[in-house]
Design a protein around this ligand. Structure first.
Ligand code: GCU
Length: 424
């Protein structure tokens, strides 16, 4: 967190990118009183009593998220094709294998491509997989010289080898602490990753590039519920799953979608829309992800929409300084993943993303898991540091440290998924 001042009421004043200062809440005492809508009650007030009714309620909640938060994924026809850039080749001294595939999405308005990197253990049977987008290009996840260096626009990061928005060889392996590939492979999983900027470069360009360019006709007028960048990234994850369905080395019915931070928001949205995902892992998604918006703790709607105007749909901007009127808070988004396994995790020093708000959202989604006949979140109280309980379909932890995706986090995720695969 940058240098800050306190207001007389105890709010924190933080400088914004545009030179203004904004007030933020970083203490539980200052959280406004709020009520959460019941995910098991229809918009018209009727209580859900059957699975069929839940399916209708699920559509209502999905609709709220499409109209008020992430925007609608366009329904125009598209074609997905693939080119194998590198077929299964030995990796890690022959203990595993690597494949690289280019995906191309074509609509009547053009085409757009993304590179997919797969690592898999040596196995005669299809293996379960983790699928996640990365922030700096596939080459950043592992210092493997065979990984194709992205030629796409990447956020500048000279320290990590991204100069003038182009990744260089220095960027190879720069994010490897977030991707413990060997451990994942050793536990019997494949790891599949793609660069998020291949689906939509992460800057506000008025939705002219990335997937937006080929899904929205040139000159088309966007409305309040037109999709934003998170929507495009989530679409990319769903297309990656389409490709995995045709990949014999992978068990596509056992693909866990994982994401950190803005990509945690993305993994939740992909898992909510696409029930083919076996499980969802949200690492520190915070505001606009799993943290309860109505708590206004740490990052709030005004701050996120001001700094990242392209992430959400325009209607989400109506909730700036107005979180109380959000029709369905983030427990609704989490309930769209029920009854599938869902892990939400935080870091104690990452107050900006409201660790407690993420825990409370998991807890508030628990009745939906139970309604669907599955054990939900096993912990009643906000847990001690690093404490986990993997006995339910939902899990949560808060580990010491800063905003990051660490080996500790991955170790819990692997154990959690193995349990749900009946392997632990
Ligand atoms: C910023 C932003 C968060 C986001 C994070 C990230 O901190 O405020 O909402 O999750 O970036 O994606 O790293």
């Amino acid at each position: 967190m940058p240098e800050y001042k306190l207001t007389p009421e105890g709010k924190v004043l933080l400088p914004m990118d545009d030179g203004t200062e904004q007030e933020f809440i970083f203490t539980e005492e200052l959280i406004p009183a709020y009520t959460l809508s019941d995910p098991l009650v229809m918009n018209d007030g009727c209580k859900i009593t059957t699975i069929d009714e839940w399916r209708k309620r699920r559509d209502e909640i999905l609709n709220i998220y499409e109209n008020h938060v992430f925007g609608k994924t366009p329904e125009i026809p598209f074609n997905l094709s693939t080119t194998v850039l590198e077929d299964w080749a030995p990796a890690f001294d022959g203990t595993a294998r690597r494949k690289q595939i280019q995906l191309t999405i074509t609509t009547e308005f053009g085409y757009h491509s993304a590179d997919m990197l797969l690592y898999a253990p040596i196995s005669d049977v299809p293996v379960p997989a983790f699928l996640g987008l990365n922030f700096n290009g596939n080459q950043s996840i592992e210092p493997d010289p065979n990984i194709i260096l992205t030629s796409s626009w990447v956020r500048d990061n000279p320290q990590n080898g991204v100069i003038y928005n182009q990744a260089t060889d220095i960027s190879r392996g720069s994010a490897d602490s977030r991707w413990p590939v060997k451990m994942i492979l050793k536990e019997g999983f494949a790891l599949v990753t793609l660069y998020y900027g291949d689906f939509d470069p992460d800057y506000d360009d008025g939705f002219q590039n990335g997937l937006h360019a080929i899904f929205n006709p040139p000159g088309a007028i966007r409305d309040g519920s037109s999709w934003g960048a998170v929507g495009a990234w989530a679409f990319g994850l769903m297309r990656a799953l389409d490709v995995l369905e045709n990949e014999s080395a992978i068990n596509a019915s056992k693909v866990t979608v994982i994401g950190h931070s803005r990509l945690g928001k993305t993994s939740l949205w992909a898992g909510a829309q696409d029930e083919r995902f076996f499980a969802v892992i949200d690492n520190e998604s915070g505001c606009g992800g799993s943290a309860l918006n109505k708590r206004c703790f740490g990052e709030n709607a005004l701050a996120i929409n001001a700094r990242f105007p392209h992430w959400f749909c325009q209607n989400f901007h109506h909730y700036n300084d107005n979180e109380a009127s959000i029709p369905m808070d983030t427990h609704g988004l989490l309930s769209l993943i029920a009854p599938r396994p869902l892990y939400v995790a935080s870091a104690a020093e990452d107050l900006w993303s409201d660790p407690k708000g993420m825990f409370l959202a998991q807890k508030a989604a628990k009745p939906v898991y139970e309604f669907l006949g599955k054990p939900g979140l096993p912990m009643e109280e906000f847990p001690d540091l690093s404490k986990t309980d993997l006995t339910g379909q939902q899990a949560y932890h808060v580990r010491p440290g800063k905003h990051d995706l660490t080996l500790f986090d991955w170790t819990q995720y692997v154990r959690f998924i193995k349990r749900h695969l009946g392997e632990e």
